[in-house]
Design a protein around this ligand. Structure first.
Ligand SMILES: Nc1ncnc2c1ncn2[C@@H]1O[C@H](COP(=O)(O)OP(=O)(O)OP(=O)(O)O)[C@@H](O)[C@H]1O
Ligand SMILES: [Zn+2]
Ligand SMILES: [Zn+2]
Length: 829
């Protein structure tokens, strides 16, 4: 191998057109210093604009064929943000899997705010001769600029605006023209390191007596400090001041005498105050937990890649199993990542980990400041922290010693990213575990159909916790047919059954959770009399009502129809748009139960930092009797006095415009029911619905996951949905509508003809091009093309899309038209 003299760099140009590796020459001074994964500054394009990039490959002269005209790397940055080889592999994998750009992938892997930005800075031209300050009148502002520059050496444009005002541009360009000042571009990032002042002893502490003998007796404060510092040797400045009850001035005096040194030390920001959290102890596992634990432990000990699906009913104690696995992994000096659906919605599990593992846990959540996030990232990277807990993006935590990834509530849709790249966390975790010989554990009381299907096929090893950890029975579930309520004259949102049960439980000092799914609120059209729902004839999913045009529309295939005035099924006039919000329910509950304390848990009441935790804490202390909420009340809550859960309407989820509607319903009902009767008291659940015979509702009543799975998987097969079929959504977007439509049509035709030509591809369905549901976002027109095909054909289809949409993009797509790929959409909009 020759000397490394070249490198291939991914450049942050901000456009998709340049999404490839560019070769640069490495200047001698950087040979050896430049590494795979280094962040570099390179000149780019005709104007040699300086841009940021990452080195993906190093090459010797023998490996580079055409070296003519290659440019040199301008600078290698040592700002800690490097990519490891594993991370580069991950970028390549993501680009290949999700058809995203290199930089899209890189953005997932580096802390936010570290991407370099550029700003203009000004300085005095050093070659200037003579006096700078002009004495002529009318030059005030120019003189002011010069003065500012003389005082500061270098000043940014913003600072000049602050000093001079918005009209400073005029004066700047005059000074530039006269060559009195110069302008250049400087890189900066939004993240500043935080420093703390530390005091160090600056003499041999053993000779303290000699030092003190030279001090005047009157300087008793200084003497006290010297004694203290000689003992501790090194201490944070604010601590000395506090401990010795002194002031900074006294320390300054000592610093002047060269007896102490005050130095700046980089400080990590820690968002959680660990000292405030009391520690818990390890629980002894019951035998079901023990079997699951022992199985997974065996693989962990062998450092083998393996995927487990831990199917444990609600309250079976999955968290305790997770924690004991994690404990073993970190004892081996490896790192573990624990993923939860939305960190702010799951304070209980986070708290459990903090209580068990203390400062060895990094909690990554969306409310961290850029600086806090950056510091956590570095601590993880330096292996100073072994446990990472966070939502979806925490899967990208820079663990170089990964031993275990746990995905709790693996069925949750929040694991699918709706931003670019539209990755699925389970896929990424799987890739990482394979690369690291680590173990992946997916846990849920209601596994997704796809995961359970994989477990059946042996791709995941299935482990089950069939009982609650304390052998308590699962709650008793009753279904109330709301059509009958209407028939018998009750038009209210509460059935008589639910009202009576609430009264009983509240009278015996228990707590009630009322669940109302408000997401997807008021979007479908149904008949209150017979339960009929408007559905798409092609896709078997509910049509979505669009107020503006007064039509009902299919989100998948674009089919639309007008809304009937009377029910096509039973001719009643009770056909309407469905839904009422949590606020309305709260008002109603207050009217029905005025003497009980009610609280609402939804996006509105929890937007303030810490408010969710507060509500949950006070519910735990039984300061709230009735908790009314959206999805937030379905997850993870573990409180002994909750004995009744009321589901106000199973129908809202059942009629989501999504082929997963039944699955989501089963999951939500099972999860929310699982909040009841977890400890000493038995639990009851009441589900109100207009579709009491729906199989998702019935299997959740019977706590029968397998029954639900068997029915659902048959329907998936019949209607060609995942896991048997896959859907790809291609969004074509741009500011010019005509170009968007033109491009979408061309792409569609090309994809149609290529897939038609390709032998062995059967049953492909191409839908579109249609305007996307959200037809316009931020001034961009959006059209979509949907492909539905057998899952076994995925690689072939991906190849075709990549060939047409990326490699030969310019043939089919107008300039200024962009593409977004969703290779496994959860929502189509
Ligand atoms: N081995 C054990 N010994 C004592 N208590 C345990 C044990 N395992 C679990 N528990 C307790 O059981 C309760 C339920 O456990 P946990 O919250 O982990 O259930 P889960 O399986 O995550 O349920 P869900 O899916 O409903 O969230 C908790 O209060 C937990 O402390
Ligand atoms: Zn009807
Ligand atoms: Zn349809």
């Amino acid at each position: 191998m020759g000397v490394i003299e070249y490198c291939n760099v991914v450049v942050n140009t901000g456009t998709r057109a340049t999404d490839r590796l560019y070769t640069y020459k490495v200047p001698d001074i950087f040979i050896g210093k430049i590494k795979i994964g280094s962040k570099v500054i390179i000149p780019f394009g005709k104007g040699n604009k300086l841009l940021e990039g990452f080195v993906f490959e190093l090459k010797s002269d023998r490996e580079i064929k055409n070296i003519k005209g290659l440019k040199y790397i301008k600078d290698v940055l040592n700002d800690d943000i490097k990519l490891s080889r594993a991370q580069i592999k991950l970028c390549n994998w993501m680009r290949d899997t999700y058809l995203c750009s290199f930089y899209d992938a890189i953005q997932c892997l580096i802390p936010r705010g570290t991407t370099l930005k550029k700003k203009k800075v000004y300085r005095i031209n050093p070659n200037i001769i003579g006096s700078l300050i002009s004495s002529d009148e009318g030059f005030d502002n120019e003189n002011k600029i010069i003065q500012m520059l003389m005082e500061n050496k270098m000043i940014s444009h913003n600072e000049l605006i602050k000093g001079i005002g918005y009209n400073c541009n005029k004066y700047i360009s005059r000074l530039l023209n006269k060559k009195i000042i110069m302008v250049e571009e400087k890189f900066y990032s939004d993240i500043k390191s935080k420093y703390k002042k530390v005091v160090e002893v600056n003499f041999d502490p053993k000779k303290i007596d000699k030092v003190l003998s030279n001090m005047s007796n009157r300087a008793y404060k200084q003497i006290e400090i010297l004694k203290y510092i000689a003992r501790v040797k090194r201490v944070e400045l604010k601590d000395v001041i506090e401990k010795t009850n002194t002031s900074r001035a006294v320390l300054n005096a000592l610093e002047k005498k060269n007896l102490i040194k005050v130095v700046d030390e980089k400080e990590y920001r820690t968002p959680v105050d660990i000292d405030q959290i009391e520690r818990d102890k390890v629980n002894k596992l019951n035998w079901e937990q023990e079997i699951a634990y022992a199985n997974i432990m065996k693989t962990i000990r062998n450092h083998r890649f393996e995927k487990y699906l831990l199917h444990g009913v609600t309250g079976s104690g999955k968290t305790e199993v997770y924690m004991q696995l994690v404990n073993n992994v970190i004892k081996n000096n490896q790192q573990a990542i624990i993923l939860v659906p939305e960190i702010s919605l799951t304070p209980q599990i986070v708290e459990k980990f903090l209580k068990r593992f203390g400062e060895n846990v990094a909690v990554l959540h969306s409310k961290l400041s850029l600086g806090e996030r950056y510091d956590q990232w570095k601590k993880i990277k330096n292996n100073e922290i072994s446990i990472v807990i966070g939502a979806r993006s925490a899967v990208f935590a820079p663990c170089d010693n990964l031993g275990l990834i746990i995905i709790d509530e693996e069925h949750e849709s929040s694991y699918k990213s709706e931003m670019n790249p539209k990755y699925h966390t389970i896929d990424v975790a799987e890739h990482l575990c394979r690369e690291n010989n680590a173990v992946l554990v997916l846990g849920s009381a209601t596994p997704s159909i796809e995961s359970y299907y994989k477990a059946q096929k042996g791709e995941y090893k299935l482990l089950e916790l069939k009982n609650r950890f304390n052998k308590n029975p699962l709650p008793r579930v009753e279904i109330v047919d709301m059509r009958v309520e209407l028939e018998e004259g009750n038009k209210a949102i509460f059935s008589r059954k639910l009202y009576d049960s609430m009264k009983n439980e509240l009278l015996s000092n228990k707590q009630v959770i009322l669940f109302l799914n408000r997401r997807g609120y008021s979007t479908f059209v149904s008949c209150r009399s017979c339960g009929y729902v408007l559905k798409c004839l092609n896709c078997d999913i509910s049509l979505t009502y669009h107020h503006r045009k007064n039509v009902a529309k299919c989100h998948y295939c674009g089919y639309q129809r007008e809304v009937p005035r009377i029910c096509p099924e039973c001719k009643s006039k009770y056909i309407k748009f469905f839904g009422s919000g949590t606020e309305k329910v709260e008002a109603y509950v207050n009217k029905l139960f005025p003497s009980y304390r009610t609280k609402r848990l939804d996006i509105d009441t929890t937007s303030k930092k810490g408010s969710l935790e507060k509500i949950i804490e006070s519910f735990g202390k039984r300061e709230i009797d009735i908790l009314i909420g959206t999805q937030m009340v379905t997850k993870g809550l573990d409180f002994p006095y909750v004995t009744l859960v009321g589901v106000l309407s199973a129908d809202i989820t059942l009629n989501l415009p999504d082929y997963r509607a039944n699955e989501r319903t089963f999951q939500l009902l099972t999860q929310v029911a699982g909040r009841a009767g977890r400890h000493d008291f038995e639990g009851n659940v009441i589900i109100q619905t207009y579709s009491p015979n729906n199989y998702a509702v019935i299997s959740s009543k019977n706590h029968d996951y397998k029954d639900f799975f068997n029915k659902e998987i048959r329907i998936r097969k019949e209607f060609c949905y995942p896991p048997f079929y896959n859907i790809v959504n291609i969004i074509v977007l741009g500011k010019n509508e005509r170009n968007v439509i033109k491009s979408a049509n061309r792409l569609f035709q090309k994809i149609e003809s290529e897939t038609g030509k390709s032998k062995g591809l059967n049953n492909i369905q191409l839908l579109g091009p249609n305007p996307a549901i959200l037809g316009r976002i931020k001034d961009n027109y959006r059209w979509q093309i949907l492909l539905k095909y057998q899952s076994v054909d995925h690689e072939t289809i991906k190849g075709i899309i990549n060939y047409i949409c990326n490699k030969n993009k310019n043939k089919y797509i107008e300039s200024n038209v962009g593409l977004i790929f969703d290779m496994k959409p959860y929502n189509i909009f």
